[in-house]
Design a protein around this ligand. Structure first.
Ligand code: GDP
Length: 195
């Protein structure tokens, strides 16, 4: 995909009305600091359009990026940031649930997990929850450059096992540093746009 234009069109807080978009939506979920902004920026070919986490967990908004007037990237707030209050965590849950339940255009949810570590309890919950809402999550294993090339398959297996994911779940490795995996992720998105 040649990204010609990017526009942060809508930012939704906890009480905002969610937009009723007329183009398909691709959502990105993951623990705070997993590399979500870096991935979104890399896919959009922008250096720092999506926020990067100077203050992780602080921004509890759902951001809609209009790409080429063709589709939306939906940046869901990062979860699992230890320092936010229970109240904020509960709000976070309500907000994402409201979005997953109400969006008519949501076609794909990428769940980002750091390739280095076993999925956390929050990651497993999120994975299960996406399935429960009727979506097939696609995992993006982030920070690929942080592990040795020879360890890649082992780590991908660890993620699959940790999530208890079956063969239907794709796991796509990605590095924001080398941009490795970027084209494969775009191919995945384009496949969804064509279907
Ligand atoms: P977010 O909180 O999920 O949006 O995470 P960010 O994209 O802000 O990334 C969190 C930190 O991890 C930042 O310091 C990034 O530079 C770093 N980071 C993100 N992706 C990668 C990656 O693929 N490789 C490496 N080495 N660092 C990364």
């Amino acid at each position: 995909m040649h990204v010609k234009s990017v526009n942060l069109e809508t930012v939704c807080g906890i009480t905002s009305t969610l937009p009723e978009n007329d183009k398909i939506e691709i959502a990105f979920a993951g623990k705070s600091n997993v590399g979500k902004s870096s991935l979104i920026n890399a896919l959009m070919n922008r250096k720092a359009y999506a926020r990067t986490s100077a203050q992780p967990g602080k921004t509890q908004t759902i951001n809609f990026y209009n790409i080429n007037e063709e589709l939306y990237f939906v940046d869901l707030p990062g979860y699992g940031y230890a320092k936010v209050s229970e109240e904020i965590k509960a709000k976070w849950g309500t907000m994402i649930e409201r979005y997953l339940k109400s969006s008519k255009q949501l076609k794909l949810i990428f769940l980002l997990i750091d390739i280095r570590h076993e999925p956390s309890a929050n990651d497993r919950h999120m994975y299960e929850w996406i399935l429960y809402q009727g979506y097939q999550p696609v995992i993006i294993a982030t920070k690929l450059d942080k592990i040795n090339r020879s360890q890649k398959e082992k780590h991908l297996k660890m993620l699959r096992k940790g999530l208890n994911a079956d063969g239907k779940t794709s796991i796509l490795p990605f590095s924001a540093l080398s941009k490795q995996g970027r084209d494969e992720i775009w191919e995945y998105i384009e496949g969804i746009m064509e279907s």
